[in-house]
Write a protein that binds this ligand. Structure first.
Ligand SMILES: Nc1nc2c(ncn2[C@@H]2O[C@H](COP(=O)(O)OP(=O)(O)OP(=O)(O)O)[C@@H](O)[C@H]2O)c(=O)[nH]1
Ligand SMILES: [Zn+2]
Length: 294
């Protein structure tokens, strides 16, 4: 029987088979699945089943540091990165999420939430301007007043909402998905976390053929799994200049004839985005120094 992973709880998974939910247990010892994965499951009575096969993934969103990796979601077409007018958000984290998405062919959308708190709008827009200039879609809304504005962007697609804690992901999910609140409460009770913030990712059907995932607040988004060249490719504005540097193995640090540095100097590449690239690159190098196994 085919099913989709709708929640991952470490040792077991919740699987939607289209005819109801099963608790799935991986058969292999070290198999790890993510929300959104399509699996083959062998029903074993009492609402349980053994996961016997993973169908090929269209994409995989994951994060990693020197020693750990964490799968976030599989088979995504879109990633909706939620920021807000307040509290302040990290634009570096935004660049990280976008790089993770670009490296997997996932389309980023930027949601600027809490537009009703209008005092923070000008600054938020200013910080998002470099991303808008790259062609990334920016959707301004208030989850409290008009979450419906987001529905057409997510319906019949395979999306995840990510963002720092407090940006309003759960408020958006609850507005778009009737019953999401109840489902979250049920699982929190079952897991006995006793918390009201989102502590695990959960997939909800959205539209005829789509789904969306609400995920826990992100603080870090390590990209230790990306190679240096992959990282540069994941910054879309670098792409026209890659391969144009004087030295084929240019690391875009201080080399003469570096096309990337020249583009930063001429303003074709935004300085802030180049800083983001540099800090992620340094972190990847550090992770690989700590763990040469990468
Ligand atoms: N004024 C205003 N407040 C909002 C809006 N959306 C969310 N909030 C508030 O912001 C706070 C955080 O919202 P949540 O939906 O819990 O944020 P979250 O991103 O899911 O946070 P985590 O679950 O910790 O990841 C809550 O007090 C919401 O009521 C909005 O559009 N306008
Ligand atoms: Zn270069």
């Amino acid at each position: 029987m085919r099913g989709r992973v709708t929640a991952a709880f470490g040792r077991h998974y919740e699987i939607d088979t289209g005819k109801g939910l099963l608790q799935g247990y991986p058969r292999g010892k070290k198999s790890v699945f993510a929300c959104g994965d399509e699996v083959e499951i062998l029903p074993q009575g009492e609402g349980q089943g053994a996961i016997v096969e993973l169908h090929p993934r269209r994409s995989l969103l994951w994060r990693s540091d020197a020693f750990r990796e964490k799968l976030i979601a599989a088979n995504l077409s879109h990633i909706a990165i939620v920021v807000a007018t307040e509290p302040g958000f990290s634009d570096l984290l935004l660049s990280r999420c976008i790089a993770a998405a670009e490296s997997q062919g996932i389309t980023p959308l930027i949601i600027l939430n809490k537009s009703d708190l209008s005092a923070g709008l000008p600054l938020a827009r200013e910080r998002l301007a470099p991303f808008v200039a790259l062609g990334y879609q920016l959707i301004e809304l208030s989850a409290l007043e008009g979450a419906e504005k987001l529905r057409p962007w997510l319906e019949n697609r395979h999306s995840i909402l990510v963002g720092q804690s407090g940006m309003g992901k759960s408020t958006l999910t609850n507005a778009l998905i009737p019953g999401a609140k109840a489902a979250t409460r049920e699982i929190s009770t079952a897991l006995d976390t006793g918390k009201h913030t989102t502590t695990f990712a959960r997939l909800y059907p959205l539209g005829e053929d789509g789904w969306m995932i609400d995920s826990p607040g992100l603080q870090a988004f390590g990209l230790a799994h990306l190679g240096e060249e992959e990282l540069a490719e994941a910054f879309v504005e670098f792409r026209p200049f890659l391969g144009q540097c004087r030295f084929r193995d240019c690391r875009h640090e201080a080399e003469p004839g570096c096309a990337i540095l020249a583009s930063v100097a001429s303003g074709e590449i935004n300085v802030r985005r180049f800083e983001h690239y540099r800090s992620i690159k340094a972190e990847i190098a550090e992770a690989r120094r700590l763990n040469p196994g990468w």
